[in-house]
Design a protein around this ligand. Structure first.
Ligand code: S3P
Length: 420
């Protein structure tokens, strides 16, 4: 698909609901005692994988993604390996579910997921008593023999909500208490939901402790995904004739590092929380920002914008001065090596950008000439380089743009409505 320069960006939009929260809502409903009703779940390839995996383990789902009734079953050993597609969240959170039940299951995924590290969940869940076998380098496929686990105290080397959540989920059924600590606090949707559902869980800075708990069936409405909103916010602040309003979007503090960083860069972006139940929900307004300036991004903010960090390269191209990202080595372990894919593709478009092992540096006030990019099947790379096309001189052809369906199937439909 070729994206060409646009004159104007205007619109009031709502974005599809949150991917992280949808995965968790499906999983906690499957673990609950009694039925749950979930409203406005995100339907995308990743969340479909979580639903399918849970179905194969005995959970029943009725209705569609706007109103889904979930009836938990008794977790059982599936007769076939479980396909997790492109979804790291499905794999790692379900590893915690399987490890804490007396069942055996094999998880596998697509080429990208089969290159992503699984030792990060095998280690803590193994310490708790689950047994794992995996391919060389602890890559998928991964076989898990779950069982009766014991609580542990675990210090994670990475700030990862997937690792933290896998351990917390396993801790719900382990003997004694389970504590997980991370270097910087990652997104806390798991903790918020479990608290709301009545589990015994306590947070203290970057440490979370959970005690064996059962959760009751529940009703939940999912907020808009701030990571999906961020693409439109980036376009809004960069484009010289733009105003974008995003309504009904989740504004959890552990997810809005990108908005805060844009503010530090001098962007015209505002957000306000309008109501708060399990998650704060509100509105973001982003407008053309002629005074964007490059910054050295504070390292401790990286986990709260881990999926948005590549967008800082795009914003940096249009800012005054240098934008430097460091301490973001985790980006190399996402759906693609996002540091390499960002750098290689920007260079193809005529942008000067320097690669670091853990980030990049981009000098501002450059032009994006245009050309052909290869997002390497990574949904977030395809969406970002599509925006680059709208902001370019000659247009950008994005190969295999359909991969946006991994998280945001409606991306191009919404984009079309806001550009002229
Ligand atoms: C997610 C956590 C993040 C994020 C991913 C979704 C989650 O991964 O990149 O898109 O739902 O827990 P890590 O926790 O591994 O950083």
């Amino acid at each position: 698909m070729k994206l060409v320069p646009v004159r104007k960006v205007r619109g009031e939009i709502s974005v599809p609901t949150d991917k992280s929260i949808t995965h968790r809502a499906l999983i906690f409903a499957a673990l609950a005692e009694g039925e749950s009703t979930l409203y406005n779940l995100l339907r995308c390839l990743d969340t479909e994988r979580t639903k399918d995996v849970l179905e194969k383990l005995g959970t029943k789902f009725e209705g569609d993604w706007t109103k889904m009734k979930v009836t938990p079953g008794v977790f059982r050993t599936p007769t076939e390996p479980l396909f997790c597609g492109n979804s790291g969240t499905t794999t790692r959170l379900m590893a915690g579910v399987i490890a804490s039940h007396e069942i055996f299951a094999v998880l596998y995924g697509d080429d990208s997921l089969s290159r992503r590290p699984m030792a990060r969940v095998m280690e803590p869940l193994g310490m708790m008593g689950a047994k794992f076998l995996a391919r060389e380098n602890n890559f998928l496929p991964m076989a898990i023999q779950g069982g009766r686990l014991k609580g542990i105290e675990y210090e994670s080397k990475v700030a990862s909500a997937q690792v933290k959540s896998a351990v917390i989920i396993a801790g719900l059924r382990a003997e004694g208490k389970t504590t997980v600590e991370e270097p910087v606090k990652s997104r806390d949707h798991t903790e918020r939901m479990l608290k709301k559902l009545g589990a015994s869980i306590q947070e203290e800075g970057n440490r979370v402790t959970v005690w064996p708990s059962s959760i009751k069936g529940f009703t939940m409405e999912i907020p808009g995904d701030v990571s999906s909103a961020s693409f439109f916010v980036a376009l809004g602040v960069i484009h010289p004739n733009a105003r974008i309003v995003v309504r009904g979007v989740g504004l959890n503090e552990t997810r809005i590092g990108f908005l805060k960083t844009l503010k530090l860069m001098g962007a015209n972006v505002e957000w306000r929380v309008e109501n708060e139940d399990v998650e704060p929900i509100g509105t973001i307004v982003a407008e053309s920002s002629p005074n964007l300036r490059g910054i050295e991004v504070p390292v401790e903010m990286i986990p709260s914008m881990i999926d948005e960090v590549p967008l800082l390269a795009l914003v940096g191209v249009f800012a005054e001065g240098e934008t430097v990202v460091k301490g973001a080595e985790e980006l190399r372990k996402k759906e693609s090596d996002r540091i390499r894919v960002v750098v290689e593709n920007f260079r193809r478009l005529g942008v000067t950008i320097e690669e670091f092992p853990d980030g990049f540096r981009v000098v501002g006030r450059q032009r994006i000439r245009g050309g052909v990019v290869d997002p390497e099947g990574d949904h977030r790379m395809a969406m970002m380089f599509s925006l680059a096309g709208l902001l370019s001189e000659e247009g950008v052809e994005v190969k295999d743009h359909e991969c946006v369906s991994v998280s945001f199937p409606e991306f191009y439909g919404i984009l079309e409505k806001v550009i002229a």
